[in-house]
Unconditional design. Structure first.
Length: 313
């Protein structure tokens, strides 16, 4: 695998204009160091409007996508690279666009019988009565979240109706379209999926134990703020189910190379999916690197395998 990558110059795409710009730089930095340590010629690029030209001017012949959120995760950057004929790592246009949109991906998952929390979609077009009915239907506590964000930005767990309505209104004002979702208690778990074609496989289950109420932005990116335990301290049966669901969700949504499925295992032993990520974090504190290392890989193996996915679409 390394041999086919060695004569390549890699553009590591990092930064971007989304709310996850800083996280992306951290993912990109980790990837840069791993590729360079493997003897691969790599340059980091913060995408400009003329991304294809920028990559050509850098003399790169393949892109490693380390962008999170926004254009880098929603299929836009993938479309530009497709048009320019530049091979790139990870998910393609459709899988990126679909999984970036939580309401749409939940609809697709529901349609195929996957267990997802009860939810309603509300937007600037919804009336006050619609919002109130939605909140009443979901019940308390509930989770409000933007339709198309990441890194827990804008996610809130609401314990009373007044706060739920206010949080939903604030989010609608900021993001336009949001989800009001049933709160699932129990154990938070996540499963990365790697590879392509027949080598597509689920990594071991990671258990997430934030020291605060939930896995918010600070809990995700502050060293020591969350315990990441892999393999998760759950039954073999639940772990097998979580890995099966993550792999099936990856395949259903057409993901390629890498994805990560965020889930909860409730007190009754039922696994619930709350989202699929097409561009999971690759910082040193991120979930997928943790799982890969628990599976016997190194961070460098992980970066090389994701990069190689560019040549096996
Ligand atoms: N339905 C839910 N029940 C309980 N906690 C949730 C639920 N949805 C989200 N969360 C919490 O919020 C975090 C972020 O939500 P998620 O849907 O994964 O969005 P993001 O794309 O921001 O990661 C999760 O990791 C979890 O801690
Ligand atoms: Mg998540």
């Amino acid at each position: 695998m390394l041999k086919e990558l060695k004569d390549k110059r890699v553009a590591v795409l990092a930064g971007g204009q989304s709310g996850e710009r800083e996280v992306s730089f951290r993912s990109g930095q980790g990837v840069m160091e791993a590729l360079q340590a493997a003897g691969i010629d790599a340059v980091m690029l913060d995408p400009e409007p003329d991304l294809a030209g920028q990559i050509a001017r850098a003399g790169a012949d393949v892109a490693f996508n380390a962008l999170h959120g926004g254009a880098g995760e929603n299929g836009t950057v993938q479309g530009v690279l497709e048009m320019a004929g530049i091979p790139y790592s990870g998910c393609g246009v459709l899988a990126s666009a679909l999984t970036m949109d939580k309401p749409l991906s939940l609809a697709v998952l529901t349609q195929s019988g996957f267990p997802v929390p009860e939810h309603v979609v509300v937007s600037a077009r919804s009336s006050a009565a619609d919002l109130e009915a939605g909140v009443a239907r979901i019940g308390l506590p509930l989770v409000t979240k933007p339709a198309c964000e990441g890194s827990s930005l804008g996610v809130e767990i609401c314990h009373d109706e007044e706060r739920a309505l206010a949080a939903a209104r604030e989010l609608i004002h900021r993001y336009g379209r949001i989800l009001v979702e049933e709160f699932i208690g129990g154990t938070e778990i996540t499963v990365g999926v790697l590879g392509w074609h027949e080598r597509t496989r689920a990594l071991p289950v990671l258990e997430i134990v934030p020291h605060k109420e939930f896995y918010d932005y600070e809990a995700k990116y502050t060293r020591g703020a969350t315990d990441l335990i892999c393999p998760a301290r759950i039954s073999e049966q639940a772990a097998a189910e979580a890995r099966r669901l993550a792999l099936e969700a990856h395949l259903l949504t057409g993901c390629h190379g890498i994805s990560r499925c965020d889930m909860h295992l409730d007190e009754q032993g039922q696994v619930w999916i709350h989202e699929i990520n097409s561009m999971p974090g690759l910082t040193e504190t991120s979930d997928v690197p943790h799982e890969a290392i628990a599976d016997g890989m190194t961070y460098q193996d992980l970066a090389l395998e994701i990069l190689a996915s560019a040549f096996h679409r």
